[in-house]
Write a protein that binds this ligand. Structure first.
Ligand SMILES: [Zn+2]
Ligand SMILES: [Zn+2]
Length: 287
């Protein structure tokens, strides 16, 4: 089973050992393939690539582990089960991160959690400073209010444009998909507060005098910054909770056997990975 594929004849679908005299054979890319049954031959004929990618990694059957996330894994939205796609991403309806439909024992992907944590912690100090300035700046009298607008602009820009970028992407996707959701609101709200405040800081003369309060045109950088920091915190909590749930499911999955003892047609037995067990196979259950 674990010698080179050239000398061993293996059914590429179920992994059983077969002989060249098998009546079930197919030519694919100028190579003959042999199958244990018409069933496996039919499966191979419909999608050869799926089974050939398995044979390129001829792991010994006894030590074979379930594939990481098998190529056919579908991803779905926890809120919208009708959403199913073959690659990870965001739900086109609500913008949530999609989950694999079949939980697997493989190490799960924490990229997005770590990305959000990085964005949150790096911009949290900036958000706090912008917030304190906006709430108490005129009482503290640290600087001229027009100067303070510039300071808030400089501090809020990385928060909104870098930390908040994934939210704008999701907000834009919600518009493209004509499915308004939380990200539409967050994108619109923070985008409007930020861009209005940028104009008010760079070109205060375009606003009528009635907009001027405490020596400057009022700005709302703190609103955009606080919304983005709180949303990032919420996303980090959500992704953490989800990964803990899947960790619990994984520890249950870990209790399941990874191989089965299959009885060959000649009565001998072999250990095969569970993924190679098909309907109709005879298995021996040992105590
Ligand atoms: Zn087979
Ligand atoms: Zn959804």
């Amino acid at each position: 089973m674990n010698t080179s594929p050239k000398t061993t004849l293996t059914d590429p679908v179920c992994g059983m050992t077969v002989t060249a005299s098998s009546p079930h054979t197919l030519q694919h890319q100028n190579r003959p393939y042999y199958f244990c049954s018409a069933n496996c031959q039919g499966k191979f004929a419909t999608n050869p690539a799926q089974y050939l990618s398995d044979t390129k990694t001829p792991a010994s059957v006894a030590s074979a582990e379930p594939a990481e996330v098998s190529p056919g894994t579908l991803y779905t939205c926890p809120m919208h089960p009708e959403v199913q796609q073959e690659h990870p991403g965001n739900c086109p309806k609500c913008g949530m991160t999609l989950e694999p439909m079949l939980p697997s024992l493989a190490e799960e992907d924490h990229t997005e959690l770590h990305d959000f944590q990085r964005r949150f912690w790096w911009t949290l100090p900036l958000t706090l400073v912008v917030f304190v300035l906006a709430m108490a700046g005129h009482r503290l009298q640290w600087m001229n209010m027009a100067v303070q607008s510039w300071v808030e602009l400089v501090l809020a820009t990385p928060i909104v444009l870098w930390a908040g970028w994934p939210f704008f992407v999701r907000g834009w996707q919600s518009l493209v998909n004509r499915s308004p959701n939380m990200w539409t609101l967050i994108g619109l709200g923070t985008g409007a507060a930020y861009s209005y405040s940028v104009v008010a800081t760079l070109a205060p003369q375009v606003f009528p005098d009635s907009f001027i309060s405490m020596g400057r045109v009022a700005v709302y950088f703190e609103a955009a910054a606080v919304i983005i920091s709180l949303t990032l915190m919420g996303q980090v909590f959500e992704l953490k909770a989800r990964s803990q749930t899947s960790a619990a499911i994984k520890s249950l999955l870990g209790l399941a056997p990874k191989t089965a003892r299959r009885i060959r047609t000649d009565g001998s037995e072999e250990d095969v990975p569970l993924s190679n067990v098909h309907v109709g196979d005879s298995l021996r259950v040992r105590p």
